[in-house]
Design a protein around this ligand. Structure first.
Ligand SMILES: Nc1ncnc2c1ncn2[C@@H]1O[C@H](COP(=O)(O)OP(=O)(O)OP(=O)(O)O)[C@@H](O)[C@H]1O
Ligand SMILES: [Mg+2]
Length: 260
């Protein structure tokens, strides 16, 4: 069991305000984490550090056994799959779905002068099929529905067989059917032999895929709870971090929460 992420006493301070506040957290290669917390809790900031985008103000971050600040992030980044709406805004709307996914091979958005090999095309087609997107390969990215765009973002992130997959709110804005389809795909992907460590940020416990193993609860940049999912996603911890009494149920690996 190798360490994929190792945060030690990590803080980010912006304009005198701590965005992450003495966060100590580690992720092993066989773990799938969900990160929960209110708006502004620091979830995206945490994920950006894990994705080697940005640096902590203090503390140490190790990603895939390399120390951030002591290693070439351009060698590290191809080993990490990252999907977020901020990154998707950089995708070109008039590029085909196949090219949108394939350009991940060069860690670029937008096809330019790179030479793609048959291998890249075959890999891109394989991930498109795995994420139920093969019928859309020639469609322009900008013409896809939100649900289809979310799946393209993830397909692109897994195209290079990353050792760490980071997902920032992959189910946001999806309808019920699209959400459930995405969760089933994520559960299948996470359960495959050789699947990478996964860290997924979400706002809703209903969006935690079956098979996720651990949870990190952030509030005001601090770790409120961290550990095995059944111990962290509870009425007591969620009520504490969201500041209202909540009931939490867990059935067959799926969670739901409502005001008590
Ligand atoms: N460059 C910056 N300068 C000042 N404040 C920042 C900067 N980047 C982020 N913040 C602040 O840091 C806090 C944490 O932001 P972050 O995006 O990590 O939160 P989040 O948990 O992802 O929230 P959400 O659920 O709304 O996506 C917010 O209050 C945000 O306004
Ligand atoms: Mg965020």
């Amino acid at each position: 069991m190798a360490s994929v992420l190792e945060f030690t006493d990590v803080s980010i301070v912006r304009e005198g305000t701590p965005i992450l506040d003495h966060v100590t957290w580690s992720v092993a290669d066989d773990e799938r984490w969900v990160v929960l917390g209110p708006n502004g809790a620091g979830k995206t900031s945490l994920l950006q550090l894990a994705g080697t985008v940005g640096h902590p103000t203090s503390g140490s971050v190790r990603v895939l056994d390399e120390g951030l600040g002591r290693t070439d992030v351009f060698e590290l980044r191809p080993r990490i799959g990252f999907a977020s709406s901020a990154l998707a805004r950089r995708f070109q709307r008039d590029e085909t779905v196949l090219d949108t996914v394939m350009t991940a091979a060069y860690s670029v958005t937008g096809r330019w002068n790179e030479e793609y090999e048959d291998l890249d095309v075959r890999r891109a087609r394989r991930v498109l099929a795995e994420w139920h997107l093969d019928h859309l390969e020639n469609r322009l990215f900008g013409t896809l529905s939100d649900g289809e765009q979310k799946r393209v973002q993830i397909a692109r992130a897994v195209m290079t067989d990353p050792e760490l997959l980071l997902l920032d709110e992959p189910a946001a804005s999806l309808d019920l059917g699209a959400r459930e389809e995405l969760l089933q795909l994520l559960t299948g992907y996470a359960g495959e032999p050789g699947a990478p460590a996964i860290v997924m940020v979400t706002h809703h416990v209903e969006e935690i895929p079956v098979g996720f193993t651990h949870a990190l609860l952030l509030g005001n940049g601090r770790v409120v709870a961290s550990g095995p999912i059944a111990e962290v996603v509870t009425a007591a911890t969620l009520s504490d971090v969201f500041g209202l009494p909540l009931e939490v149920t867990a059935v067959d690996g799926r969670f739901s929460a409502r005001a008590a």
